[in-house]
Write a protein that binds this ligand. Structure first.
Ligand SMILES: C[S@@+](CC[C@H](N)C(=O)[O-])C[C@H]1O[C@@H](n2cnc3c(N)ncnc32)[C@H](O)[C@@H]1O
Length: 225
């Protein structure tokens, strides 16, 4: 059976109102990984964060509990997801810059963010797309900066290969034009670590795992957390 190819932006625009309850109720470990991501953020000071695929801001809800002074730039394709985020955090709009667009196309200012994060947004992309994006992320971090990714990751190479075969099959069957589709292309832990290292991150750690979600921390330089 091949999975249906649905265009990414409209997929999330249509589901923005029910997205948070879906994540809380159906994604195993979601409460724990949002909290774990937040606890990797320093709890004091005005930390500058770039959130790629921030959606409705489930990770930001937890991050603001840990560090209420954090300044966040969030990028997302879906207007409706960003609207939910704005409604929840209307009291922080002076510290929240929200950009509607693709993080592949938007330029990130060099050496500007202490921390970049992405939660459940990267498992739709292939190796080359990730290499390109991770290099952009690396360049926008300050010297001691780091990138946190919490995402759907499989255990084995075999599962990784099967998801790729299923993607190719669906793409052929649907004759889909080039673009971003909501289709799961998870890597295994080992491949994911290799791609981050190949992009130039100095040290990459597989920090923790909750259900099918792994958290990786990739350091720009040799500094430790
Ligand atoms: C599963 S949601 C995750 C949202 C949020 N980070 C969370 O964990 O609840 C994935 C988000 O990534 C966004 N997204 C996917 N591809 C993107 C791209 N190329 N540029 C910007 N946002 C993207 C989607 O619009 C969606 O809001």
């Amino acid at each position: 059976m091949s999975e249906k190819m649905e265009e990414m932006r409209s997929f999330f625009d249509k589901r923005a109102d029910t997205y948070e309850s879906h994540m809380r109720e159906n994604v195993h470990g979601s409460r724990m990984y949002y909290e774990a991501v937040a606890h990797l953020i320093p709890d004091t000071g005005c930390v500058k964060i770039l959130d790629l695929g921030c959606g409705t801001g489930l990770e930001l809800d937890e991050i603001f509990k840990v560090n209420s002074q954090a300044t966040v730039t969030g990028i997302d394709l879906s207007e409706n997801m960003l609207e939910v985020l704005k409604r929840k955090h209307f009291d922080k709009l002076d510290r929240l810059t929200l950009i509607r667009g693709s993080y592949f196309e938007i330029d990130f200012p060099a050496d500007s963010f202490d921390i970049a994060i992405s939660v459940q947004s990267m498992h739709h992309f292939n190796r080359n797309q990730k290499l390109l994006l991770y290099t952009k992320i690396l360049n926008c971090l300050v010297t001691e900066g780091f990138y946190i990714e919490a995402d759907y990751v499989v255990e084995t190479k075999l599962e990784e290969r099967k998801s790729r075969e299923s993607y190719e099959k669906s793409k052929d069957l649907s004759n889909a034009p080039d673009g971003f589709y909501h289709f799961d292309l998870p890597f295994c832990i080992d491949s994911q670590e290799k791609i981050l290292k190949e992009s130039g991150f100095h040290r990459v750690e597989h920090h923790s795992r909750f259900g099918n979600t792994s958290i990786f921390v990739a350091h720009k330089n040799s500094a430790s957390l």
